[in-house]
Design a protein around this ligand. Structure first.
Ligand code: AMP
Length: 199
């Protein structure tokens, strides 16, 4: 079982690396952003309320995302492990995740922190075409990240779970750096990689 969390500012490549890790480890990548966008599009009585948070780049209340994750972690496909992308985003969410996983005796093994400078983020995010990728909303999302999510770096470092990876590199290089950092941490569970034959 391999339970991973991806941590990093908006635009740091969490989604891309989560997909890679999901394929490598054969475990699901769970994105609260994707789940919330799907709920918004499903046109339920909550859609309008949800849209205001998402399009405004505001965090959805902790209680809601915590329940989404609690629900999702009971799905059988998570039994071999999971990769969380975009959750937790606040210390309250991280504490809720810890107690949830403690009850399931499935602790987080490692937290991959994708480290990248703010200037590089703005450039990356303005190349995307999401409703919340307008420049003023992007700046707001980065402010929220700094205030609410960045404290999780210390939270997980103190827990001895943090792996810090330079994210301002081509995605293949970031993926290789993550793999190299995870191998000693996960030991035999890290997926083997087919290296191209040399010579
Ligand atoms: P993302 O796709 O991870 O960038 O998330 C897009 C948006 O979904 C965020 O700007 C928030 O509005 C909302 N969201 C996603 N994950 C969370 C979370 N863990 N807590 C609160 N809001 C979230």
């Amino acid at each position: 079982m391999t339970n991973l969390v991806l941590l990093g500012p908006p635009g740091s490549g969490k989604g891309t690396q989560a997909s890679r890790l999901s394929a490598d480890f054969q475990i699901p990548a769970i994105s609260t952003g994707d789940i919330l966008r799907a709920q918004e599009e499903a046109a339920t009585p909550f859609s309008d309320q949800l849209r205001r948070y998402l399009d405004g780049g505001e965090l959805v209340p902790d209680g809601l995302v915590i329940e989404i994750i609690r629900h999702r972690l009971h799905d059988p496909d998570t039994r071999q492990g999971f990769i969380l992308d975009g959750f937790p985003r606040t210390v309250a969410q991280a504490a809720a995740l810890d107690s949830m996983l403690e009850a399931l005796t499935r602790p987080v093994d490692a937290v991959v922190y994708l480290k990248i400078a703010a200037a590089a983020l703005l450039e990356r995010l303005t190349l995307r075409h999401r409703a919340d990728d307008r420049p003023e909303i992007v700046a707001h999302r980065i402010d929220i990240y700094v205030a609410q999510t960045a404290p999780l770096i210390e939270y997980y470092r103190a827990a001895g779970k943090l792996i810090s990876v330079e994210a301002d590199m081509p995605l293949e290089d970031v993926a290789a750096a993550i793999r190299a950092a995870l191998t000693p941490m996960l030991g035999r569970r890290a997926p083997s990689v087919d290296l191209p034959a040399s010579g």
